[in-house]
Design a protein around this ligand. Structure first.
Ligand code: PEP
Ligand code: MG
Length: 315
């Protein structure tokens, strides 16, 4: 066999023994969406809609949002796109939303928490997303950021359904949500793990501080153990678990995440071909063995080495 051929991403993610893994892109603009389509991403696992709001001094109206989202959805007709509702507040204050002076912005009124005070803002966004979905023919679902409980999940899912959006899920990026994953999955259609924020909150380590990068390493066994619990909850409830944080863009870690029960990975378009190709190097059982080795390691470095050793020589 031509060794070069095995390193190319076919456009359909799967393990060596044929278990499907969706290889999706993270996008924040129409330009990103075109790049993602150009590298054969199977869809979009995280559309960050903040761009539509952050540049505006007033809330963009439904028609304006519909246009902006439509441009991002256009290249993905017939394909899955997960639209994340507004993830702003605290460190990303919006001029048209009152945000008090918060001493701990990362722990403040951000993400979905804004919508509890201003459900009208969420409802207008959901209306625009539903309209843009119909315009584009993309298979759109919505997902809420910074969810902490199953009760919040149910609140969001109800509002999405009321707006005519059938598939609704939430991000798991707050430790409480990771611990409560089973109840959250029972209330939602899917979850997607935001490993960037989940690591930050699990390790009490600001993700923006380079000095704490070792704690925010996605190979940290404590983080992987939490992900394993979410994967098990996905298997028990029969609902999909994805990862859309930076962890998904490391080709070795991507396989470990599959071994932990994750069935979709979303990443920057630039790494889609590399990660998509790497997944086909080993079987799901081999990834499960690698995941088991990694979660039993004592630090991030040895977790990576343990996973690499577990996979070396296995199909
Ligand atoms: C995350 O927290 O991992 C994530 C994907 O969301 P963001 O990076 O936009 O906070
Ligand atoms: Mg996040």
């Amino acid at each position: 066999a031509d060794p070069a051929a095995t390193t190319e991403f076919s456009g359909t993610g799967a393990t060596a023994d044929g278990h499907p893994v969706s290889v999706l892109a993270n996008v924040g603009s129409a330009t990103d969406a075109q790049a993602a389509a150009g590298v054969s991403a199977q869809g979009v696992g995280l559309f960050r809609t903040e761009f539509c709001y952050l540049a505006a001094s007033d809330e963009p109206d439904v028609a304006g949002q519909r246009r902006a989202y439509g441009e991002v959805l256009a290249p993905f007709a017939g394909k899955p796109v997960v639209v994340r509702t507004l993830d702003a507040g605290a460190d990303k204050p919006l001029p048209f939303l009152e945000s008090g002076d918060e001493p701990n912005p990362a722990l403040g009124v951000r993400g979905l928490r804004i919508a509890f005070d201003r459900p009208d803002v969420l409802d207008r966004q959901l209306e625009a997303v539903a309209a843009a979905a119909a315009d584009s023919g993309a298979e759109v679902s919505v997902m809420a950021p910074m969810v902490a409980t199953a009760e919040e999940t149910a609140w969001f899912v109800d509002r999405a359904r009321a707006a005519g959006i059938d598939r609704a899920g939430v991000m798991i990026e707050v430790p409480a949500a990771a611990i409560a994953a089973r109840g959250i999955l029972e209330a939602a259609d899917f979850v997607s793990i935001g490993t960037n924020d989940l690591a930050q909150y699990v390790f009490a380590a600001d993700r923006m501080l380079g000095a704490l990068a070792t704690l925010n390493d996605p190979w940290q066994p404590a983080l992987l153990r939490l992900i394993a619990g979410i994967g098990a909850a996905g298997a028990d409830t029969g609902k999909p678990v994805g990862v859309c944080g930076e962890a998904a863009s490391d080709p070795l870690l991507a396989g470990v995440l599959v071994g932990l029960g994750v069935s979709s990975l979303s990443m920057a378009a630039a790494v889609v071909p590399t990660v998509g190709a790497a997944l086909a190097d080993h079987s799901r059982d081999a990834y499960r063995a690698a995941a088991d080795a990694a979660i039993n390691a004592t630090d991030a470095h040895t977790a990576r080495e343990a996973a690499r050793n577990a996979l070396s020589g296995s199909a």
